[in-house]
Design a binder for this molecule. Structure first.
Ligand code: CP3
Length: 332
């Protein structure tokens, strides 16, 4: 069994596997090299030769316990026919949302559009470097996908104040998104993904209707993934109550964000925990990094734990700091 499966399925606390969110990304010079020659991000995600190469870059360098596929949560709206662009130094920009045409999306068209992602997964799963390692496929949670599809920009750039008002639109879209996320998850598992992570990056935006917009749709995806026979990790970033989320949704493991007190969480949550460390710590000196990493390792020494961050690794992170992090975890 792989170290992560050992942690999740057997609740083994003797090994602490490690991988990092956004490990295949801009802090890596070898990624920036490929990226500089490929301006169109969506096209890059759909080039299975390059995307499989990028997926394996952090494994070659740091020997992490899992590779996460190089793709994006916004490939789902792309598959549904909404325009998706990534602008340099700005982030994602989506095209106008046309509910009628979205509702007409045909499953075969969707599968064909996203087929290069499944080819990438198949290719990487056969790579000798993946021996005794997991291959993590992922999706955005229905709520976070909905936020991008309606707002068309990251909420970081501001949220349209009428956003929460059109409850009928929200409901119809959530059902559509959930249907295609299930297909996307199933295709990834069939292609060779051994774990699915569900990113709910904007879970913290929602103050009311949490059960209807977050718990219920996420629970449906979690149950769907469990039926396919692979573990599912949830990351409901900044949700007001991780314990309630876990009681309701019951994923195989939960990724915590860096605002969460790790000592409190192990008292409240029984399932394996992943992540937590503030990615900004990696911009500090090695001494501070080591101290903070050891604090997490000590707290989780009797609780099944997968080392990771409380959000994606920052692009300005130095390679030597990641090396130091891996070394500290491996030597513990
Ligand atoms: O290494 C990995 O973790 C795998 C690849 C991955 C990417 N995006 C590649 C990417 C994963 C798992 C994601 C998830 C994702 N994408 C999320 C959820 C996690 C989170 O960060 O909250 C979200 C919200 C998105 C949407 C998205 N994609 C945004 C908001 C941005 C722009 C902001 C940014 O960080 O630049 C992206 C672009 C993106 N996705 C990049 C990468 C490597 C940077 C693209 C570039 O090179 O310009």
């Amino acid at each position: 069994m792989t170290p992560i499966q050992e942690c999740i399925k057997n609740k083994n606390t003797k090994i602490i596997p490690i991988w990092l969110m956004r490990q295949a990304g801009r802090y890596l010079p070898e990624f920036r090299e490929i990226r500089s020659q490929n301006q169109d991000f969506v096209k890059l995600c759909l080039d299975e030769n390059l995307s499989s190469k990028i997926t394996l870059q952090p494994i070659d360098r740091f020997k992490f316990d899992a590779a996460i596929i190089f793709s994006d949560i916004l490939m789902l709206p792309y598959g549904l026919g909404q325009e998706v662009k990534f602008e340099k130094n700005f982030g994602p920009k989506l095209g106008d949302l046309n509910l009628d045409s979205l509702l007409k999306t045909n499953e075969d068209d969707f599968n064909n559009k996203l087929n290069p992602i499944y080819k990438l997964i198949y290719k990487v799963s056969k790579d000798p470097n993946l021996k005794n390692r997991d291959l993590i496929g992922f999706v955005g949670a229905p709520w976070t996908i909905l936020v991008y599809m309606i707002n068309k920009l990251s909420p970081k750039k501001g949220l349209n104040e009428n956003f929460f008002k059109d409850k009928i639109l929200i409901k119809k879209l959530l059902i559509l998104i959930e249907k295609f996320l299930k297909i996307h998850i199933e295709n990834q598992v069939k292609a060779g993904a051994t774990i699915i992570q569900i990113f709910d990056s904007w879970a913290g935006l929602l103050k009311d209707n949490i059960e209807e917009y977050i718990y219920d749709p996420t629970l449906n995806l979690v149950n769907h993934t469990k039926k396919l026979g692979v573990p599912v990790i949830c990351f409901p970033r900044e949700i007001n109550n991780y314990k309630n989320f876990c009681d309701f949704v019951n994923p195989d493991a939960i990724n915590i964000d860096y605002s969460i007190d790790p000592e409190k969480i192990i008292k409240e949550i029984k399932i394996p925990v992943q992540g937590g460390l503030d990615p900004k710590i990696l911009l500090n000196d090695k001494q501070t990094l080591k101290k903070e990493v050891k604090r997490y390792l000590d707290i989780f020494k009797d609780h099944p734990y997968i080392f990771n961050l409380g959000h994606g690794i920052l692009p300005e992170t130095k390679i030597e700091m990641v090396e130091e992090l891996v070394k500290t975890v491996r030597e513990f």
